[in-house]
Design a protein around this ligand. Structure first.
Ligand code: SAM
Length: 391
C-alpha cells in the first residue's frame, strides 16, 4: 500500500469526521479483541459494512456529485436503457421471468431498466433487489416511487438469495465492493496482510497465510506458470467466489450480467502490477490508502474476471461472453438511444457517452461478463466484441 498524496485529499467535514471516529473505534476494539491484528479482508468488510458505522451502512451520500464516486448508471440513463434492450429478449423467452438486481445503489439502474422495458413491452413479473445496506434500500424506494410509481408493486426488496430464480440477474459494481484478502509474496510462502494499530493509526501487519489463502496463492501461481516476485503485494477475492457460488445455487435459468472494472488473471497479476488493485474514493479523489478515512471512504478492488468465470463454470453456468463496457454499449443499441431534442441536450448526451465509452474513462476498464443457465441463449449479446479467449 502506498500513501496517497494526502495534500490532494479534502478534509472530512465535522459530521464525516465523527463518523470516521465511530468506525475507527469499532475496528480498533475488534483488533484488540482479536489479539492485535485482523485480516485486511475483515478490516475492509468492517469499513464498508459494519452495522451503523460502515461506508455503505451509515448513511453517507456515496454516489453522485455530492458523494465520492459515480457509477455508469449514475453517469447516464443510456446505460440502463441499453441493459434493458439486451435483457428484454431473455425476459420475453422465459415464462414468468423476474429480474434480480444486486446492490442497486441509488436505484437509478432499476428505474432506467424498468422505464425502458415498459417502452419495449416486456416488464418482468417482479423486479427484485437484494441490497445489504438498509439506508440504500430507503433511497432506492424513494427514487423508484418518483420515477416508476406504476411498477412499484412489482419491485420487491429481499434479504436473502431467492431459490430457483428464473430470468435475469444484474450486478453493477458489486463484485468490486466485496472485501478482498491482501497478501505479500515472501519466500518460501505468501504472508497474509493484516491491519494492526499503532497509536491512533491503523498500520499494515503480516502473518503466516491461513490455509485457504495459501491455497489461493498456489492456484494463482499454478495458473500463471511461475511464482510471483519476492515482495509482490496483491489481492485475491474468496468473497467473490463464494458470491458466485451462492448465485449458482440461486439461479435456475436465465442470464446473469456482471459489470465491473477488472481484467483477466494474467493481466491482473502482471509483474509490473506489484502493488495490487485496491482503490479508495473520497469526494471524487481516487487514492490507494485504505487505512485512513475508515468508514467514510469507499474501498474497492478490481476484479479478476478469470477467477469469476471459473467459479461460475464450477457452479453450473456457461460463460456467454466477456467484453468491455464500450463494446457492450455500442453493440447493444447505444446509437438507437441517442435521440435528442436540442443542442443543450446533445452536448450533455455527448459528455455522458464519452464518459461511458472512451478508453480513458469507463469504456475500457469496465467489463461486462455474461453467464447463462438452462435453455437461455443469447448469441447476439457479445457479437460486437467478445474477449472470452483472453480470460
Ligand atoms: C459500488 S456500489 C454500486 C451501486 C450500484 N450498483 C451502482 O452501480 O450505482 C456497491 C453496491 O453493492 C452493495 N453490496 C455490497 N455487497 C453486497 C452483497 N453481498 N449483496 C448485495 N449487495 C451488496 C452495496 O451496498 C452497494 O449498493
Amino acid at each position: 500500500m502506498q500513501g496517497p498524496d494526502r495534500l490532494t485529499l479534502p478534509q472530512p467535514d465535522p459530521d464525516s469526521e465523527l463518523a470516521r471516529r465511530r468506525c475507527h473505534a469499532l475496528i480498533a476494539e475488534r483488533i484488540e479483541r482479536a489479539g492485535g491484528m485482523i485480516s485486511f479482508a475483515e478490516y475492509m468488510h468492517l469499513c464498508l459494512y459494519a452495522p451503523g458505522a460502515g461506508y455503505y451502512t451509515a448513511g453517507n451520500v456515496k454516489f453522485g456529485p455530492a458523494g465520492d464516486f459515480v457509477t455508469a448508471p449514475e453517469v447516464s440513463s443510456l446505460f440502463g436503457y441499453v441493459v434493458a434492450r439486451r435483457i428484454a429478449p431473455v425476459l420475453a423467452a422465459i415464462d414468468e421471468a423476474d429480474v434480480l438486481e444486486f446492490g442497486a445503489g441509488s436505484g437509478k439502474l432499476a428505474a432506467d431498466v424498468l422505464d425502458k422495458l415498459e417502452a419495449l413491452g416486456v416488464v418482468p413479473r417482479r423486479y427484485r433487489i437484494l441490497e445489504v445496506s438498509a439506508d440504500l434500500v430507503e433511497r432506492q424506494r424513494a427514487l423508484l416511487t418518483e420515477r416508476v410509481p406504476q411498477w412499484l408493486d412489482r419491485v420487491q426488496w429481499i434479504a436473502d438469495w431467492p431459490e430457483g430464480h428464473r430470468g435475469v440477474v444484474l450486478a453493477n459494481e458489486v463484485l468490486d465492493a466485496l472485501a478482498v484478502e491482501r497478501f505479500v509474496r515472501r519466500s518460501p510462502h505468501a504472508l497474509q496482510q493484516c491491519v494492526a494499530i499503532d497509536g491512533e493509526r491503523f498500520v499494515v501487519a503480516e502473518r503466516e497465510a491461513p490455509e485457504f489463502l495459501a491455497a489461493e496463492v498456489d492456484a494463482i501461481e499454478t495458473d500463471l506458470g511461475h511464482a510471483l516476485a519476492e515482495g509482490y503485494v496483491t489481492e485475491v477475492s474468496p468473497a467473490a467466489r463464494h458470491w458466485i457460488n451462492d448465485l449458482g445455487q440461486s439461479v435456475a435459468e436465465g442470464l446473469v450480467m456482471l459489470f465491473d472494472y477488472g481484467l483477466p488473471r494474467r493481466e491482473y497479476y502482471a509483474a509490473e502490477r506489484s502493488g495490487g488493485w485496491l482503490r479508495c474514493h473520497f469526494r471524487h479523489r481516487a487514492h490507494n490508502d485504505p487505512l485512513i478515512l475508515s468508514g467514510i471512504q469507499d474501498i474497492t478492488s478490481w476484479v479478476d474476471f478469470t477467477a469469476v468465470a471459473m467459479a461460475a463454470v464450477d457452479t453450473g453456468f456457461r460463460v456467454a461472453g466477456y467484453s468491455s463496457q464500450a463494446e457492450f454499449l455500442l453493440g447493444g443499441g447505444l446509437a438507437e438511444e441517442m435521440s435528442v431534442k436540442g443542442p443543450e441536450e446533445a452536448l450533455a448526451l455527448s459528455r455522458e457517452i464519452k464518459l461511458l465509452t472512451l478508453p480513458g474513462e469507463m469504456g475500457e476498464h469496465f467489463k461486462c461478463l455474461g453467464l447463462l443457465k438452462g435453455a437461455t441463449n443469447v448469441p447476439e449479446l457479445f457479437e460486437f466484441g467478445n474477449r472470452l479467449h483472453r480470460l
